[in-house]
Design a protein around this ligand. Structure first.
Ligand code: CA
Ligand code: CA
Length: 477
């Protein structure tokens, strides 16, 4: 029986194993079938049928050596025991036996090509973790046992699943690395064996319930960026859209070279309760500067009507923004209103004027806040103490009474008419804008002013000290 055809005339084996095999009588009563070509040895699961699946069928021509017995009945099925060597995984089944949603009770079933030995204490979680690595991981806690008529099946029951909705993985590309499994007779011990669902199509059967998609990435920041540190809207100025998680295009570092490639970003303003389309301008580009941050950079600001405070951007699904694993829902959402500024700094200076009591800060003294950009007030407009307090935080306590008057669109003069309780010193005094006060420049180049001014200059006791503040020379009459 030196050929496959000769062997086949006596015994047929299903499923076929190896590319070719032949028979040899080991002794007068034992026929040994030798696999001459096992096929692709690098992927043994393809050429190593499970022992329990093998059926040896007598098809004719066998009787005793003396030729005196009856012919052996044909169509007798003989089942196999033993192993091909160290067990290997031939099938991965993601099973949902109950069936339930993704939850405790779902399991991973590993079929080996031969019966496997059960270690003392069984396949508890510690043993499973020592012998198996799952990528992606399958659960928080699990337990296992050997099952199946051929004792070649390891059932791994997941007792604690990952929390939803954070758990979502591409199980169709699961990779399982196993080591240390023994055949039932403990003749062989497995080295490292990798079962790779991507590399070995068909090895994985997925009956797990569909998992809900994680939510789409959300926008946590939509901010204007003044790239040039100047006081105008110029090429290079930008807006940034930051998401809460790295995105698919973000980790790919995608760039967009023209407005056409960014047509899925639709800026709009709310006018009279309705959304009105606005524009990033004539020309602009885009780039993911980190996994989470998309920057739109202005190239030609002509026609740019996107403004701090006023504008939002509708990010349409055409942009295809998902989380970094492409498993989340696609972003299809409106950002918040634009923060940040195209211009800075807004505060030019704070300048103290000594109008009364020339040796001290006193009732009637004043200071002027000068702005680098035109404000939306006309000369003579009076601002109440309450409004000033809503716009600014004063580093020092000015006293009990003060008010403001706009000298022009760039200068606001504040006069203190009751300094009772003040603790003002020129060396420490400065102001900080309160965004909640919603003070904004006339052309909406900046958002609500939130910056801090330089320290105040000049002085409230000019007759006492010269203006050389560092030296404080006393004037000698
Ligand atoms: Ca600018
Ligand atoms: Ca004074």
């Amino acid at each position: 029986m030196t050929t496959q055809a000769q062997l086949d005339s006596y015994i047929r084996v299903t499923p076929a194993f190896g590319v070719s095999s032949s028979g040899l009588w080991f002794n007068s009563s034992v026929l040994r079938i030798r696999v001459n070509d096992a096929g692709n040895a690098s992927a043994p699961f393809r050429t190593r049928p499970r022992i329990s699946d093998l059926i040896f069928r007598v098809v004719g021509g066998l009787r005793n050596a003396a030729g005196t017995s009856l012919w052996m009945p044909t169509n007798i099925n003989l089942t196999a025991t033993g192993s091909w060597g160290a067990p290997v995984i031939t099938r991965i089944t993601l099973a949902n036996p109950l069936p339930v949603a993704y939850g405790p009770g779902i399991s991973v079933i590993l079929d080996f090509d031969s019966a496997i030995h059960t270690p003392a204490g069984g396949y508890n979680e510690t043993v499973l973790r020592n012998r198996l690595t799952f990528s992606p991981p399958i659960g928080v806690n699990f337990e296992g046992w050997v099952a199946g008529a051929g004792q070649n099946r390891l059932v791994i029951n997941i007792t604690t699943v990952f929390a939803q909705p954070g758990y979502r993985s591409d199980f169709l590309s699961m990779v399982i690395t196993s080591t240390g499994f023994q055949d039932l007779q403990q003749l062989y011990t497995q080295g490292v064996h990798v079962a790779n669902a991507s590399a070995d199509p068909g090895i994985l059967i997925d009956n797990w319930p569909a998992l809900p998609n994680p939510p789409a990435p959300s926008v946590v920041r939509f901010e204007a960026i003044n790239a040039n540190g100047d006081m105008s809207l110029t090429p290079g100025d930008a807006v940034e859209i930051e998401f809460n998680v790295p995105t698919n295009w973000g980790i790919a570092g995608r760039t967009y070279s023209s407005p056409a490639q960014l047509s899925w970003l639709q800026p709009q303003n709310v006018v009279g309760g309705a959304n009105v389309s606005v524009s990033f301008g004539t020309s602009f580009t885009g780039a993911w500067i980190t996994g989470r941050i998309l920057r739109i950079t202005y190239v030609d600001t002509s026609g740019c009507t996107v403004r701090p405070v006023a504008s939002r951007v509708f990010i349409t699904a055409a942009g295809g923004i998902q989380d970094s694993t492409n498993t989340s829902l696609t972003v299809d959402a409106l950002t918040g209103f634009l923060t940040g500024t195209y211009v800075s700094p807004v505060f030019a200076q704070v300048y103290a004027y000594d109008n009364n009591n020339y040796t001290a800060y006193a009732d009637g003294d004043s200071f002027t806040i000068s702005f680098n950009t035109e404000m939306n007030f006309t000369s003579g407009t009076v601002i109440s103490q309450a409004t000033l307090d809503s716009w600014f935080t004063f580093s020092d306590n000015l006293g009990q009474g003060y008010f403001g008057v706009w000298s022009n669109a760039y200068n606001l003069q504040i006069t203190i008419n009751d300094t009772t309780g003040n603790n003002v010193t020129l060396d420490t005094f400065r102001i900080t804008g309160k965004p909640s006060g919603m003070l904004q420049d006339k052309n909406q180049m900046t958002g609500y002013i939130a910056e801090t001014s330089p320290l105040a200059g000049n002085g409230w006791a000019q007759r006492m000290y010269c203006s050389c503040r560092r030296h404080h020379h006393r004037i000698v009459d």
